[in-house]
Write a new protein. Structure first.
Length: 264
């Protein structure tokens, strides 16, 4: 896989924006009510008390538990984990070829809401795979699992399809704080975490691919980029999620909806 360029984000975003059929408003569900969250704008960290949003009723995902406003104020420096070692975990992206916007998706109407969501994210996932190497089958499965088919609070209000946390950097549109379901020592716990906020869903797809190539811990996974199932196992083993069943859940979605057909 070629080494990606500094302007990779802009190139990917331009292509993904032309392909992805939904933006900041398309994730909204009239039957759902947003969960409690604290939204911090990207440019500055204010000490003012942020506004709260009421709880929602969609199924629980790893990023959908209500936030205890007393537990989280403004973003703390201790929440930002940037490596300062000689071998940093986060590495900068380098130049890569421009993307094509001619990635084909089915022209027929989707047969159900699940297929409609897959059609919406498949084009951007394929374009991202061409440059980053992240299998489209895995990216789509992660979007399904992490966003509950686009119904999660993060997907609807922050355009964050993949539950990407803002531990090393904010999202293009800032940060959203909510309780995240984590598994520690075999126990389910709720931990307030910052998540990246995006201007559009296309930005989320772009950032998802960049996330893997910018973090050294996923080098082993990228070595298996031609095998979606193995890629899923390796990102789980590298600590992408604390859920011990994360890889099996991804693979089950990939098998059930034949997401391998989108790999390029």
């Amino acid at each position: 896989m070629p080494t990606p360029p500094p302007n990779l984000l802009h190139a990917l975003l331009a292509a993904a924006s032309a392909i992805v059929g939904f933006g900041s408003g398309a994730q909204s569900s009239p039957a759902a009510i947003a969960p409690s969250a604290v939204v911090a704008p990207a440019p500055a960290q204010s000490s003012a008390a942020p506004a709260l949003i009421a709880p929602m009723l969609t199924p629980r995902t790893v990023v959908d538990l209500p936030l205890d406003a007393q537990a989280v104020g403004t973003r703390q420096a201790s929440a930002v984990a940037v490596s300062t070692s000689a071998e940093p975990d986060v590495i900068a992206a380098e130049p890569a070829p421009a993307l094509s916007t001619a990635t084909a998706v089915p022209q027929r109407a989707p047969r159900n809401p699940q297929e409609a969501f897959i059609f919406q994210v498949a084009g951007g996932a394929k374009e991202s795979q061409k440059v980053t190497g992240v299998p489209s089958s895995v990216a789509i499965a992660q979007a399904i699992l992490e966003s509950s088919w686009g119904r999660s609070y993060l997907a609807r209000e922050a355009n964050n399809l993949f539950g990407v946390k803002a531990l090393t950097k904010d999202g293009p549109a800032g940060v959203v704080w909510i309780d995240a379901w984590e598994v520690q020592d075999g126990q389910d716990i709720n931990v307030p975490q910052p998540f990246r906020k995006y201007n559009t869903a296309a930005e989320s797809i772009v950032d998802h691919g960049l996330f893997f190539i910018e973090n050294r811990r996923y080098a082993s996974a990228l070595a298996a980029k031609d095998d979606g199932m193995e890629f899923a196992r390796r990102i789980a083993a590298a600590g992408y999620a604390t859920d011990p069943d994360y890889a099996p859940k991804l693979i089950a979605l990939m098998d059930r909806y034949d997401l391998y057909q989108w790999d390029v």
